[in-house]
Design a protein around this ligand. Structure first.
Ligand code: AMP
Length: 281
C-alpha cells in the first residue's frame, strides 16, 4: 500500500495512473476508521481502477478546541484496516502544513442556504472548514468519483453544491449509513462512549424511527414534542435538535408536502456529540 504525505509526490503518481487511463475513486476521511468508512472504500474499489483514501483531521472544521484535541486517531490501526481490504489502496495522510501552508485560511463559498440549519446553525463555520478542505483535496486528487456517507447528510448536500459551484469534474456517490446491530450509526466519536453510553445512544436512532413510523399519523410538531419529551428520560442525553427537513434544500418543514424529507437529530450522549438522520419514506 502506498502512503503519501506530500502533494507533489501524490500528484506525480496519480498523473501517471491517469495518463494510463485509470479511473480514480476518492474517499475523504478523518481517520479512526470503522465499517462505515470501509463501506465507502469498498464501493470505490469495486467501481474504480484506483482508490485514494485521505486521512486528515481537518482543524478548520472544528468549532471547539477541546473537540479537535480529543478527536480519536490511530493511524497504524487505520492503515492495517485498509491493508486488510486491499494492498492497492493509495493513502494520502498529509500534515496540516501541507494543506494549509501554515495559515489556516478559510475560502469563500456560496452554500445556497444549505448551511442555515442543523449543523450549520449549531457549529459556526463548520461547513466553511469542511468545504475548504474538500475543495483543496478535490483540486489535488482530481478523482472521477468521490464517496460520501449519508450519515453526514447535510455535509453531503453541501459537497454536492460545492461540486457544481466550482465546476469540479467529479461525481459524488452517496453511500448509505452503516449501523451497529442495535441501530447506532457508526462514528469515530463512538470510540469515546463506554458500553452503557453506547446502548443509551441507540435512542437517537429510535427517535428517528419513531418519526418515520408516525409521519403520516401525527403532526410534525407532535412528533418533535414526543421525541424531545422521551429523550428527557435519559439523563445522559442532551438533545440539541430534532428536525424534519427537505432533502434538497435542507429547510426544516412543519407540513409534509412531498416524500423527500428526512429526520435529523443531534445530541450529546454522556458529553459526546452525535448526529444521525433517516429518510422518512
Ligand atoms: P469522517 O471520517 O467522520 O469525516 O467521515 C468520512 C466519510 O465517511 C464521510 O463521508 C462520512 O459521511 C462517512 N461515514 C462516517 N460514518 C459513516 C457511517 N456510519 N456509514 C456510512 N458512512 C459513514
Amino acid at each position: 500500500m502506498l502512503i503519501f504525505r506530500d502533494i507533489t509526490t501524490l500528484q506525480n503518481h496519480l498523473n501517471n495512473l491517469k495518463n494510463n487511463g485509470k479511473s480514480i475513486g476518492f474517499v475523504p476521511t478523518m481517520g479512526a476508521l470503522h465499517n462505515g468508512h470501509l463501506s465507502l472504500v469498498n464501493k470505490s474499489i469495486s467501481n474504480n481502477d484506483i482508490t485514494v483514501v485521505s486521512i486528515f483531521i481537518n482543524p478548520t472544521q472544528f468549532n471547539r478546541v477541546d473537540d479537535l484535541k480529543t478527536y480519536p486517531s490511530d493511524i497504524d490501526k487505520d492503515l492495517e484496516l485498509l491493508k486488510s481490504i486491499s494492498d492497492e489502496i493509495i493513502v494520502f495522510n498529509p500534515e496540516s502544513n501541507e494543506l494549509y501552508s501554515g495559515e489556516m485560511k478559510l475560502d469563500d463559498f456560496n452554500f445556497n442556504g444549505l448551511d442555515q440549519f442543523m449543523e450549520g446553525a449549531y457549529r459556526s463555520s463548520h461547513f466553511v472548514g469542511v468545504a475548504t478542505v474538500v475543495n483543496k483535496l478535490f483540486s489535488i486528487i482530481r478523482a472521477d468519483y468521490a464517496y460520501f456517507g449519508e450519515k453526514d447528510f447535510q455535509q453531503l448536500r453541501i459537497i454536492e453544491n460545492l461540486i457544481s459551484e466550482k465546476n469540479f469534474n467529479i461525481k459524488l456517490i452517496r453511500c448509505e449509513t452503516i449501523r451497529s446491530e442495535d441501530g447506532l450509526a457508526l462514528s469515530s466519536r463512538n470510540n469515546k462512549l463506554n458500553f452503557s453510553s453506547e446502548k443509551i445512544a441507540t435512542n437517537l436512532f429510535k427517535a428517528l424511527n419513531f418519526a418515520k413510523e408516525k409521519i403520516d399519523i401525527l403532526s410534525i410538531d407532535e412528533i418533535e414534542e414526543k421525541i424531545s419529551d422521551n429523550l428527557l428520560n435519559f439523563k445522559e442525553i442532551k438533545l440539541e435538535y430534532f428536525v424534519i427537513a427537505d432533502e434538497l434544500n435542507l429547510k426544516p418543514v412543519k407540513k409534509i408536502r412531498t416524500e423527500k424529507y428526512r429526520a435529523f437529530i443531534a445530541a450529546y450522549v454522556s458529553g459526546v456529540r452525535l448526529i444521525d438522520n433517516l429518510k422518512l419514506y
